[in-house]
Design a binder for this molecule. Sequence first.
Ligand code: FE2
Length: 419
Amino acid sequence: MITTLSVLAVILVILSLPAFFMIFHSRFIKKINSQNQEIIQTKEKLQSYLQRIDSLVLTLKKMHKFSVGATGMSSKEELSRFVLDSCCELFDSQSGSIMMLEPNSGTLKIIASRNVAAENSNAVENLELRLGEGVAGKVAQEGKPVFIEDIEKDPRFVHLPDIRYTSKSMLCAPIETKGKIAGVINIHPDAPPVINGKSAVFDDKNLHLLAILTDQVAVALENIELYNNLQKTYLEMVESLAKAIDAKDSYTHDHADRARGYAAAICRELGLPESITKHVEYAALIHDIGKIGIDNSVLEKSGKLSPEERKKIEQHPIIGAKIIEPFSVLAPIAPIIRHHHEYYNGMGYPAGLKGEEIPLGSRIVTIIDSFDAMTSDRPYRKAMSRIQAVQELKRSANSQFDPGVVEAFLRTLEHDSSQ
Ligand SMILES: [Fe+2]
């Protein structure tokens, strides 16, 4: 039997259902919203991680490029320019400088700079700081890197008159080799880095990165010093050989020194790199080393040579190349020595090479050798004047000599006489 109370209960249940669904629905929506927010936050975190990974990979790539490049430099100046450009790229900067400590004066001097000052850059390049003086001097003295937000407000800053600086902030790190300060790197970032949309000052990570770079610069500097010492040893060895050749062939006394000077001048005129210039200089010094293997009676003969004697003399470039080839450091100059009597028209010896088949170093050495021979006294003739020798070089350009190298040589003679 259905009572009135039962009906009322059913009606109440029916009436309360929408409220129950509304509460359930509201909680469900809240949960969905909270999950959506979590998804959005996770997505943002992931994007931020990916950006950091991208930036890290980019930094690693730049650092790899830096370490590969820094190890291939052969002079302090070349290394400094490369390091400065690389650091500016890594720290998003357009300006900076590298200062090296002069061992004699004990002062820091700028060896490479980039947009340090908007004007009066001479004043910046002539800047000298004692240890402890200015920010760089202090960093060199204390051996610790620093970041300064506004250099002009820093009490250590040395303000030079009439200079408008291109950037106010500054990263400065010491370069240490063998436990001693060799110099400092100054980087002036255009603006502090932006992290999560906010401007941030450089932190320990940036300084740590710069410290890693300066460690690599130190290794590269030590390598350059070793390389220079090695070059000095090679040069001493080559000079001893040149003296031995001078002693053997009395008519060529001091010929080697003059030849080396001419070689360096021509290479500079032709814009050849330092590494090739060194080889040409060495070759100019010892190109006649093969004469060690030729009898004095033939070398010093004042009369006409017999065909056999001429054949012997013509062996000296081959003998010279064979003497040099076993020394790995001098091996690159062996081809220059082997072909220093080739003619541009192919009529020379020993291989009859023609034009650009002849190594450029040989084309340079043959001109120097001929000019020096023409302007030196011989037992059987007096030396030509420089003017006559120049005329002879011009006359034999294209036949015996490379015309381009003759022109370069004549320009160096003009510079020489105008000084
Ligand atoms: Fe020769």
